[in-house]
Design a protein around this ligand. Sequence first.
Ligand SMILES: [Zn+2]
Length: 162
Amino acid sequence: MSKPNIRVGYGYDVHALAEGVDFWIGGIKVPHTHGAYGHSDADVLIHVICDALLGAANMRDIGYHFSDKDPQYKGIDSKILLKEVLEIISEKGYKVGNIDSTVCLEMPKLNPHIPAMKECLAEVMNIAEEDISIKATTTEKLGFVGKEEGVAAHATVLIYKD
Ligand SMILES: [Zn+2]
């Protein structure tokens, strides 16, 4: 019996928070005193989705395809990287089944922004909002997330071939 044409992938990422930086997360800019920083726009949610997709296809990770030493990716909109990742996994014939994700952040509260993130990511990825789950949690004031020093995210994805 042959295996079904489905594969699972997982992604994890962290970015530090800094005052006066735009906070891009889930493809949208969330108003806050602090934002995530990194070589790209530091969209932690998009980064974990990219890593989960690449992992599911066994095609390395986001840093392998888009080096943080490469100046062309400085400040880049992570939605562009996500689109490129979809191209990369499509080389092996894979499409996105569904995504489940969790963002760990103390402040600001993300729940009011989740519908806009889902709408944005569904459009970028050309999939249904029903196939994108975004959850938000705090870490009960514990650790770097609890101290508002950083943001972390996790994602699990399922990819499939027709
Ligand atoms: Zn990242």
